[in-house]
Design a protein around this ligand. Structure first.
Ligand SMILES: Nc1ncnc2c1ncn2[C@@H]1O[C@H](COP(=O)(O)OP(=O)(O)OP(=O)(O)O)[C@@H](O)[C@H]1O
Ligand SMILES: [Mg+2]
Length: 255
């Protein structure tokens, strides 16, 4: 007997997005299943960050649809869009901590914006820092932290409002191999603790195999392949193989 398939959490259909003449997403279809950890691979500039921003409604498609829990984002405006976004915790590629704020203030930021009472904010900040194993760092400034610790503060801020969906844009870029492995473990740990759905963009194949229940590859504005790690690695698609092996020549062309 096969287990029933998990419901679809995020459904993208025929999503098209161009910036001026440059078509970035070109009729893209993708389902992110509830509770899974999906990894998105793709070349530099292939549109991975643009894709992630469509999931959370930070960018809108020129055509096509993005649905989360069956609700189409295109119809949401103002306060509806704001409360919708609270389902997401996003760790941006740019890292984006507020340099002039302490760790505590950084993590408290989304809670203050959501108008949480002061006492609950203090409690939640402490709980989030504990979840990313940064207890005691409340009063530090971002400049005093290592790269790995800064990422963890970003994660703590992303999980503050207990999101159902976690989005990580290149969470390990620029970190050494040991810290990378620590961050990979943390992504899985957070996803499991929060029982959330996770979408992670990475260039790092070792991370992809470790954290992905399924791996998707973005190429020329569409999903070229999407499968569990083992199946993905054994893909008969020559473009997937060139990407995995990092071969300088082959069927992949720069976009
Ligand atoms: N707001 C924007 N306005 C104009 N062009 C944009 C905008 N955002 C992205 N682009 C363009 O869309 C393309 C895809 O960008 P994107 O940042 O999604 O790539 P990526 O796959 O995340 O790359 P990287 O691996 O370097 O992070 C690029 O050519 C980029 O210049
Ligand atoms: Mg990017």
């Amino acid at each position: 007997m096969t287990a029933p398939a998990a419901p679809v959490k995020i459904r993208l259909r025929e999503v098209r997005k161009a910036f001026d003449a440059k078509v970035v997403l070109d009729g893209l279809d993708l389902d992110v299943l509830a509770g899974e950890s999906l990894v998105i691979l793709g070349g530099s500039g292939s549109g991975k960050s643009v894709l992630l921003k469509h999931m959370v409604g930070l960018l809108r498609p020129d055509s096509g649809t993005v649905e989360v829990d069956g609700v189409e984002l295109g119809g949401l405006r103002g306060p509806d869009l704001t409360s919708f976004r609270r389902r997401f915790g996003m760790s941006f590629q740019e890292g984006a901590l507020f340099d002039s704020m302490t760790v505590r203030e950084n993590v408290a930021f989304p809670l203050q914006r959501a108008k949480w009472p002061k006492e609950r904010i203090a409690e939640r900040v402490a709980a989030c820092l504990e979840m990313v194993h940064l207890e005691g760092a409340e009063s530090k400034m971002p400049a005093q932290l290592s790269g790995g610790m800064r990422r963890r503060v970003g994660f703590a801020r992303a999980i503050a409002l207990e999101p159902q969906i976690l989005l990580f844009d290149e969470p390990t870029t620029g970190l050494d191999p040991v810290i990378k492995a620590v961050i990979d473990e943390l992504i899985l740990e957070l996803q499991q603790k929060l029982e959330s759905t996770a979408v992670t963009i990475t260039h790092d194949l070792a991370s992809a195999w470790k954290i992905g229940d399924r791996i998707a590859m973005l190429y020329r504005g569409r999903i070229l392949a999407c499968a569990p790690p083992e199946e993905f690695r054994n893909s008969g698609d020559a473009r997937v193989q060139q990407f995995i092996r990092g071969l300088p020549s082959g069927p992949l062309t720069e976009t």
